[in-house]
Ligand binder design. Structure first.
Ligand SMILES: [Fe+2]
Ligand SMILES: [Fe+2]
Length: 270
């Protein structure tokens, strides 16, 4: 079996539509949703586009679960026991088990919310971060940055389920949120263990995490104001091994990304 499988070779049937992340901005199906987005971007049931946006988000979550399963599974296989501790591979195997359950939950939830596989396009950014040649980068880029984002997304969706009177959505998101906290904590714990005596390597791995975090804060997607559809879940991030300084830094990165996006929009308008 091939080590470090390229994203183009992931197994997908005809229902899945693949796009580059750059192209997603130009995807007419995404535009259809954002066109109807008026006023505050916060995901709340009384917003006109809330149902469409929640469906789109749910489809994105499902694709993220598939790729998280593929990424964690690959990490159990891509490295020798000399390259990474066997215990780390066991953690990734345990994570694969969780992610496969999340795939099943998400595809059923997506149906429950009225979408189906392929309604929205798939970008493979999560799996691409899981192809990093150093396992430590996978743990910061995927487990800490992207699954950290999953914590924020699941918490936001759980609250959306509570507020919109959908106990099925709220319960499913709550269960997956609990698992994601353990996945992010695995990333935090292994980062600490693997770089105990190597501050330089730790800094490089954290730099990769910051790059991924900034990418997913683009346009103010995630943050702590009413302009952010996905709210930063401080309490759950603390449980997942993030320090207060790290959470504050993330909040700043988001504010910076939002300011940059607004500045760019201002330039485009003129
Ligand atoms: Fe998951
Ligand atoms: Fe996960």
């Amino acid at each position: 079996m091939k080590k470090i499988l390229p994203p183009e070779e992931l197994a997908r049937d005809a229902r899945f539509v693949r796009v580059n992340i750059q192209d997603t901005i130009a995807d007419p199906r995404q535009a259809k949703v954002s066109e109807r987005n008026t006023g505050s971007a916060k995901l709340e049931p009384d917003r006109p586009a809330a149902a469409d946006r929640a469906r789109q988000l749910m489809h994105g979550i499902f694709m993220g679960e598939v790729q998280a399963l593929e990424g964690a599974g690959r990490t159990t296989f891509d490295f020798t026991d000399e390259e990474v501790p066997f215990q780390l591979k066991l953690d990734m195997a345990r994570q694969s088990w969780d992610e496969s359950r999340h795939c099943e939950i998400s595809v059923k939830l997506a149906e429950h919310m009225g979408t189906e596989i392929g309604e929205f396009a798939e970008a493979t950014f999560l799996y691409e971060a899981a192809c990093a040649p150093d396992a430590l980068l996978r743990l910061t880029g995927v487990n800490r940055a992207l699954e950290g984002l999953a914590i924020d997304v699941f918490n936001t969706m759980k609250l959306f389920g509570d507020h919109s009177g959908d106990p099925v959505l709220a319960a499913c998101e709550d269960w997956m949120l609990a698992d994601e906290v353990t996945h992010v904590k695995m990333g935090s714990d292994w980062l600490r263990r693997l770089t105990e005596n190597d501050p330089e390597r730790r800094e490089l791995a954290l730099e990769f995490q910051r790059t991924v975090d900034k990418l997913f804060s683009l346009g103010g997607f995630r943050g702590e104001t009413d302009d952010n559809p996905i709210q930063l879940a401080r309490r759950f991030r603390e449980l997942a091994g993030f320090s207060t300084e790290e959470i504050d830094e993330l909040s700043e990165v988001t504010a910076e990304a939002q300011a940059e996006a607004e500045a760019a929009a201002g330039v485009n308008k003129s």
